[in-house]
Write a protein of this length. Structure first.
Length: 549
């Protein structure tokens, strides 16, 4: 009997010794999948167990459709100081025939990125890309009876798959699940792919809603109980522009769409947003069941004074955030593609209600080199990404490349300070020249470099964007980075106490350690009057302040 027990014990021990490392490895793999975490008021992306700051660039729409073409771009990408590439994955190319998948393009993209220590955010060009269904496979496009299109107000079909048709959803969902299976298979340990964008710039054109018969039937029905429940449970937290629509209609908690939200074109957009959101949620949710990477959707922004349908109606826009949040809980956050003026305005609208700011697409322009500092410093942004990043003949001199070079040095400190209120970003032009902040126990006045009047450009009608960020390391101690900014330090309001500059150092971080290069306490600081990084310069400076009477 004792021998039998001993044999069983030895057998069980061997089983445990054999399988435990496998279980632990599997657990470690699950734990290390890129995911989101909260730090203070910020949301961070965690990659391989550490917070990660996306210094990104999005490829042009067609660049990753051919591996040979991509081979010509890697040198440019590397010289831009990116740590992340946002790259499309095309439904028509991974499933050219129904049920037959080819992931060779995706695999090549992952392997080539991994060689260069570059991460990937993959953009699923599935049912919709910039509203249209241009990247749906040919077998989808041709079989319009099985895969119906949306219809305009005159009942004419448009090149947009209707979100009210289950066959459309199931086909997209099946392809997306296969994509996520493949990513897990080839990248589940390495985590080159860190996030997924589900669809691209969803929105209805040329009208506010789809006029497919199933859409018209749904609009005549009651608002789903799921959305009504969201309204009730989040009444005090609803975005003001959305709450106003509901309030003007009487704050009803049952009834048809027009009874609850009013008989207006805005109601058609809300209705459409719900069904776009539900469709996208199913696609994302099915993919997460396979491999739960963070997933987001991006918005083509609404134009001022334009009606829904004159811009892509019902996308994940600021005034529809609540609808999307209610309809698509599998989507982790909503993001803006910014091509319009007033960068600060759009950042503010997407950085609210717990929605973290991530800018997956921005007009590629010199001002990107300044705007990235503002987004990170003022909004704890998860990352920034100009569009068609490869379209430059001199990548080293691009302002965004220089800014990314500085931000790579500062990334560890930025990530430590996110969500703590210890950072501030600046973005200035001629109309918006200055900002006054309280940080680290001192008042700091930041201004555009041209306010000094020392540069010939100061007399021009428009000023180039200037921007930067300040990071507080303790009372009166800061790192400042950017270009075209001047910081001064007024004393107490009663004039009894003044603020002086103990020292300013120009330098850089080497292996995470600050290495001073020059002490700037003379002409460069105007004999202790200010800290300046001119428009013709970009750099990092350490600042230490003191008080005197």
């Amino acid at each position: 009997m004792k021998k039998q027990i001993l044999k069983k014990t030895v057998f069980i021990s061997l089983i445990v010794m054999f399988f435990l490392p496998v279980v632990l490895l599997h657990g470690q793999e699950i734990q290390q999948i890129p995911h989101l975490q909260k730090q203070g008021t910020a949301t961070q992306l965690v990659v391989d167990g550490k917070p990660f700051l996306i210094l990104g660039g999005e490829l042009g729409n067609s660049s990753s459709s051919n591996s040979e073409y991509m081979r010509t771009l890697w040198s440019t990408i590397k010289q831009l100081n990116l740590n992340t590439v946002l790259a499309p994955v095309y439904w028509e190319l991974i499933e050219p025939e129904e049920g037959k998948f080819d992931f060779s393009l995706v695999e090549n993209l992952i392997l080539e990125s991994r060689k260069r220590d570059i991460r990937l955010v993959l953009l699923w060009f599935g049912s919709w890309k910039n509203s249209m269904s241009c990247y749906a496979p040919e077998w989808i496009k041709k079989d319009f009876n099985r895969f119906p299109r949306a219809r305009d107000i005159n009942n004419n079909p448009v090149e947009i798959l209707s979100p009210f048709v289950k066959a459309n959803l199931e086909a997209d969902k099946k392809a997306f699940v296969e994509l996520m299976k493949f990513i897990k298979k080839v990248d589940g340990i390495n985590h080159t792919v860190i996030m997924i964008q589900v669809e691209n710039e969803i929105g209805m054109l040329p009208n506010a809603r789809d006029y497919h018969p199933e859409s018209t039937t749904a609009l005549a029905g009651n608002v789903p109980a799921e959305l009504i429940g969201y309204l009730k449970n989040n009444k005090e937290q609803l975005k003001p522009e959305f709450f106003d629509v509901w309030e003007k209609a009487g704050l009803k908690t049952d009834g048809t769409w027009k009874e609850v939200f009013g008989n207006a074109i805005g109601t058609e957009e809300i209705f459409m947003a719900w069904y776009f959101g539900k469709y996208t949620n199913e696609v994302a949710g099915a993919g997460k069941q396979v491999y739960p990477l963070p997933m987001f959707v991006n918005a083509a922004l609404n134009r001022p004074a334009k009606l829904p349908g004159e811009y892509p109606s019902a996308g994940p826009l600021p005034h529809l955030m609540d609808v999307w949040k209610a309809a698509a809980p599998s989507i982790d956050f909503l993001s803006p593609d910014i091509y319009f003026p007033d960068f600060k305005h759009w950042c503010k609208l997407f950085d609210r209600g717990g929605n973290p700011l991530f800018i997956p697409e921005h007009l590629y322009e010199p001002a990107c080199g300044s705007k990235v500092f503002y987004a990170l410093g003022n909004h704890d942004a998860m990352g920034f990404s100009p569009f068609s990043i490869e379209s430059t003949s001199d990548p080293v001199k691009e302002p965004i490349a220089v800014s990314y070079g500085m931000l790579r040095q500062l990334a560890t400190i930025i990530l430590e300070k996110q969500g703590t209120g210890m950072m501030k970003g600046f973005l200035f032009d001629k109309e918006d020249q200055s900002d006054t902040i309280q940080l680290g126990g001192y008042t700091i006045v930041a201004k555009h470099d041209y306010t000094l009047g020392w540069s010939p450009q100061a007399k021009e009608e428009t000023w180039s964007d200037a921007g930067g960020m300040i990071i507080c390391m303790g009372e009166g101690e800061y790192y400042v980075a950017g270009n075209g900014i001047v910081l001064s330090f007024p004393g107490s309001a009663d004039g009894k106490e003044s603020t002086g500059i103990s020292r300013i150092e120009e330098g850089r971080f080497v292996n995470g350690n600050w290495t001073p290069l020059r002490r700037l306490n003379g002409d460069q600081s105007h004999q202790g009057r200010h800290l300046r990084i001119s428009m013709n310069d970009q750099g990092i400076q350490f600042l230490k302040l003191y008080r005197y009477r």
